[in-house]
Design a protein around this ligand. Structure first.
Ligand code: LLP
Length: 440
């Protein structure tokens, strides 16, 4: 088993309460308040090591943590220590990486509409790779690089004709996607790079086939398509690409029913596909980049909430309202995502009832978990929702003008605040009433 196949952080213990990283979650809730994101350092480090171990036979591998899943100074510091590089998609993520002390050559800049200011910042800071997404960006990046007397090392983002999300897996000739060059456009962009864009240095190609992927086989097909394309580029343009970026996407276990592949299975699919493709096509072994986000950080995170009001509609449903919801975890309302929860202070109560965990936001759709069996709940109980490390804080909002929760890192019975809770003052800190309105 690899860590992305666990439902809970690896250090989770059930004593009289739920413990994570050696810390009693009830103490954490008391000390820091709720809602509270809790991140388990040991889980993050364990999955990082599993990735490295799984790709042990492929020496030319570069792991790039996808910052979009969760990006803050402490998390990037841990990933840096584990030897990961960083897939970034904005100046905010690039800036955070530089402030975390990351070597900028280990940073790759992705995205389908990078702005002029973002590209300038990336070039100034010395970001290692740009994944060029479209014709407009190639021209812009070349122009800015030229004006700064620099050369940008680039990968071309292409759409390989594979798309998979969880259980759906489609392979078609052409994919309707806003990202990357269609395979039919590759020759045109390479000709521009060869003949016109002198400040772009083509290092390789890049694709990303989806997120929360449950079939390792899809990576096999992706690698085969990418190597075939690299061989075609060699043949047509006499350019031997040194790097192939296969993107991220490995799934995690949000509920008992989810069975994502292990990191070993992913690595086996990639390495086997690579060996087979290299034998079939006449090119030398490229460096592989992989960009996992969710599978690195999701399992390490839980969110603690306090139970508030309870509304029982006889013969219909019992709503139990929590002090957070769709603004700190938008995934259930956005993607109908399913989560697993337990009652942190009622570990040993065996009598359960069917409830629906509702959020505190003013929308009927703000339901965190519909129909879950939990020990009989009372106001003040602490609910622990698992697998909230990825795409929770990073997608959080201030909807209803609620300050964002804080985040603590736990390890060896110690807890440290790594992102403080927003205050009411923070909510208005950047706001201004124009003088003309004050005069009225
Ligand atoms: N590389 C690229 C180019 C990507 O677009 C993504 C994610 C990743 C890597 C990382 O994928 P991961 O390993 O995390 O699956 N907000 C959605 C997920 C959006 C993923 C977007 N791209 C969610 O909450 O499910």
């Amino acid at each position: 088993m690899s860590t992305n196949q666990y439902l809970r952080p690896v250090t989770t213990e059930k004593r009289e309460h739920i413990y994570i990283g050696g810390c009693d979650t009830i103490d954490l809730a008391k000390k820091y308040g709720t809602p509270l994101y809790v991140l388990d350092e040991a889980t993050i480090r364990q999955i990082c090591r599993e990735y490295k171990e799984a790709f042990r036979n492929y020496k030319n591998i570069r792991m790039m943590y996808a910052c979009k899943s969760l990006c803050n100074l402490a998390v990037l510091k841990i990933l840096d220590e584990e030897g990961f590089g960083f897939d970034t998609v904005s100046s905010g993520e690039i800036f955070t990486a530089s402030k975390a002390g990351v070597k900028m050559s280990k940073v790759l800049f992705n995205g389908n509409n990078k702005s002029l200011e973002e590209i300038e910042l990336a070039l100034e800071l010395g970001v290692g790779r740009f994944s060029v997404d479209n014709f407009y960006e190639a021209e812009l990046l070349n122009r800015i690089s030229e004006s700064k007397g620099k050369t940008a090392n680039i990968l071309l983002r292409i759409t390989p004709g594979i798309e998979c999300h969880t259980h759906d897996y489609i392979q078609t000739g052409q994919i309707d996607s806003k990202f990357g060059f269609d395979l039919s456009q590759v020759d045109e962009i390479i000709n521009l790079i060869k003949n016109k864009y002198n400040n772009l240095n083509l290092k390789g190609i890049h694709a990303h086939i989806g997120s929360q992927i449950f079939e390792a086989r899809s990576y096999y097909d992706e690698v085969e398509i990418l190597i075939k394309e690299a061989a075609r580029i060699k043949e047509v343009h006499s350019i031997e690409l040194e790097e192939v970026n296969i993107g991220g996407g490995l799934g995690v276990k949000y509920t008992e029913n989810d069975c994502p592949p292990s990191v070993e299975e992913l690595a086996a699919a990639v390495t086997e596909a690579m060996q087979a493709a290299l034998e079939k096509y006449n090119i030398s072994e490229p460096v592989i980049y992989i960009e996992p986000g969710r599978s690195i950080i999701s399992t390490a995170g839980v969110t603690l909430y306090t139970v508030g009001s309870v509304k029982n509609i006889p013969n219909v449903r019992k709503y139990v309202a929590l002090d957070g919801g769709m603004a700190d975890n938008p995934r259930p309302s956005t993607y109908q995502a399913k989560y697993t929860a337990e009652v942190a202070n009622k570990v040993n109560n065996c009598e359960t009832e069917l409830v629906t965990l509702a959020g505190r936001y003013c929308e009927s759709g703000d339901i965190l978990i519909e129909n879950i069996e939990l020990p009989y709940l009372e106001t003040g109980d602490i609910i622990c929702v698992y697998n909230t490390g990825a795409y929770n804080y990073s997608m959080a909002s201030n909807y209803n003008r609620v300050p964002k929760p804080g985040m603590v890192l736990v390890n060896n019975s110690q807890s440290d605040m790594i992102v403080s809770r927003e205050s009411l003052e923070d909510l208005i800190a950047r706001e201004n009433i124009p003088d003309r309105l004050r005069q009225q």
